[in-house]
Every structure is written in C-alpha cells, then in structure tokens.
Design a protein. Structure first.
Length: 356
C-alpha cells in the first residue's frame, strides 16, 4: 500500500467515526425535542447555538479554521433541529436575495425558507404564525438605515431575536454577459444606491429601473436579453446569468445588518444588545436630557436614528441600540429614568450581539 493509500484509509476511518458521532448527536437532539415538548419549551434556542459555537471555537486548536467550523456546525445544528421540528423562516424573496443569503447563514439549509414579496409580509408571516422567524434588513454600512423595516417596528409587537452582518458584493449580470447588448438595468433601490458612483461612471446612458428585490431583478434580466441586473453572485447560478462586471459596489467594505424577528424575547447570553424606539416633547435640550441617563449609568450606545412619525409634520421617533440586556442592571435603571421623559417608549428586543 502506498503512502497516499494509507493516508486515505485513515481519512475513511475518521469519516466513519464522524458519521457515527453525527447520528449519535442526532439521536440526542431528538430526545431534547421530546423533553422540550413535555416541558412546553420553545424548540429553537438561538442562544444555545451561539454558546455551542463559541465553546467549539475556544477549544479548536486547528488547523481546521474557525470560520469553516462555524459553517459546518451551523448545518449540523440546522439538520438536527429539523429532526425535532422544521424551523420556518420568512424572508424577502425570491431565492438569491441578500435576505435569503442571510436567512441561510442564520438558520442553515435545513430550515424551511419561506420567500415573501415585501418586508411587511415578513412581519405578517411571523405575526400570523405562518413562520417561526423572519429575517429583515435593518441597515447598510454605506447607505444607512432601511426605513421600511424601522417603520414596521412601530406597528408590530414582534421582537428582535438575533442579528447578523452579511458582506454585500454586487455584480452586474445578464444572459449574454455582453455589456454592449445592455439597454436597461434592473435592481433594488438599496443596492442601486450602493453602486451609485460606478453606475454614474459606466451606465450613465442606460436607465436603471427599481424592482422589489435583487433576485427579482435577476429574474427579469433572465427573461429579457436586452437587460442586465445588479444582484448577488448566487443569482448567477440560480437564474442562468453571466457576470459582466464583478464587485461594482462603491465601498469594498460593504455590509448589511440583518435582524431575525419572532414573537418572543430572546434569553440573555451575557453578550447582548437592546433596541428601543421612543418619542419625546420637542423642546430645547430635550435630546440631551433623554440621552443623559445612559451616560450616567455607563451604557454604551451603538446606534441612534430618527424617523418621522408620519402623523404630524416635523415630529419624530428615535431608534436607539445599546449594549446590555433589558432586565439587567444598570440598563434597567437607565430605561426607567428615560421612561419618565418620554411620550412613548417601546423595547424592540434584547438579543445576542452579532460577531464582526
């Protein structure tokens, strides 16, 4: 037997051990599912998944990289959870949108991914119990907040259960892959804005038409040989397109933050973030006064954004993200101090902070 054959035989033996161990793990997952059902517990625990991944990374001595380890175990946990009960997740579809990619990154391929036509339908699917979770974009590192998602939190009682950061790479694509044949371009408004300078330089003579998603843009480009789409690389394979130009986003460090929403508050993990929305009387020094308690209690604020109330001109609500869990001191005391100064205050959720 050659040296190569010997090494391959060792790998075959290890693969068999891995397979046996995976099946043993799956059997335990089924037992956990039965126990949760008896105790009337939520079958999906994102905080437990985060704990497992962090423990594995700490124990990992290589050479297998931690990033790949997370991907492998995300699918293992997704498949194991599907044995207990399929997790249903709504997202802004169709297939190959960045929301779909975020959905797969958070919940794995074994979850049941449910594409819907708008961000409001994502919220509705979770509110009506058609999905356990929804995945929605909340802000982009280049273009800022996704206003429609922010506005939906004013109307909905759903809670933020987790967040994740997805690197966004945008490509120009068409059926032919030939720029000379392109007479119009389809894309979604946010990605279009993220490519504004490239479009002005290379597509100034061609109309760019907004549609409901990057994946819908790719669908339309696949049906129209005179058009192109700005979309994700995943759309190339799914819709049979060819890339004309890769990575046309203006900022190479281009990330979108996605939120997972559900009907329940996430349990504390010790590495949490809290999001709130509030309004107060518009008078001199008011914003300083409402933010002062956070400084007094040493709370680190990570984001503040205002949106019109849409009820009266020049009235606003403020969205605030901060480190900490809503029931833990000193954040609990800071929010109590804030409450007395507000017309309206709503906690949107406390949830695990995303890994950068």
């Amino acid at each position: 037997m050659s040296k190569l054959d010997e090494l391959r035989k060792k790998i075959d033996l290890l693969d068999q051990k891995i397979l046996d161990t995976l099946n043993q793990r799956a059997e335990l997952a089924l037992e956990i599912g039965k126990t949760k059902m008896k105790e009337n517990q939520n079958f999906h625990a994102p905080s437990r998944e985060i704990e497992v991944l962090e423990q594995l990374e700490k124990k990992n001595q290589g050479p297998f990289p931690n990033e790949a380890l997370r991907s492998v175990y995300r699918e293992i946990m997704s498949a194991s959870l599907a044995l207990e009960a399929p997790v249903k997740v709504a997202y802004l579809g169709p297939e190959a949108t960045f929301s779909h990619l975020a959905c797969m990154r958070i919940y794995g391929d074994s979850a049941r991914h449910i594409p819907v036509k708008s961000i409001s339908e994502v919220f509705e699917a979770v509110e009506r119990g058609h999905a356990h979770y929804g995945v929605v974009p909340i802000e982009n590192s280049t273009e800022g907040g996704v206003s429609y998602t922010l506005d939906m939190f004013l109307e909905s009682d759903l809670k933020i259960s987790s967040e994740m950061l997805l690197e966004i790479s945008l490509h120009l694509m068409s059926i032919s892959g030939d720029m000379e044949k392109v007479r119009k371009v389809y894309s979604f408004s946010q990605p279009t804005a993220q490519c504004r300078h490239w479009i002005q330089k290379h597509l100034s003579h061609i109309p760019v038409i907004d549609v409901e998603s990057t994946a819908r843009a790719a669908q339309m480009a696949a049906e129209d040989p005179d058009s192109a789409a700005i979309a994700s690389e995943a759309a190339v394979k799914i819709y049979g397109l060819k890339i004309i130009q890769k990575r046309i986003e203006d900022n190479v460090y281009n990330y979108t933050r996605f939120l997972s929403i559900s009907r329940d508050m996430a349990p504390r993990t010790g590495h949490d973030k809290t999001s709130i929305v509030f309004s107060f009387k518009n008078q001199a020094g008011a914003l300083f006064n409402v933010l002062h308690p956070f400084a007094d209690y040493g709370i680190n604020l990570t984001k503040i954004e205002s949106r019109p109330t849409k009820k009266k001109a020049w009235e606003y609500v403020f969205y605030l993200d901060m480190e900490g869990y809503v029931e833990d001191s000193p954040l609990k005391e800071a929010l109590q101090a804030l409450q007395g100064q507000c017309f309206f205050l709503k906690v949107l959720g406390s949830y695990p902070r995303a890994r950068k």
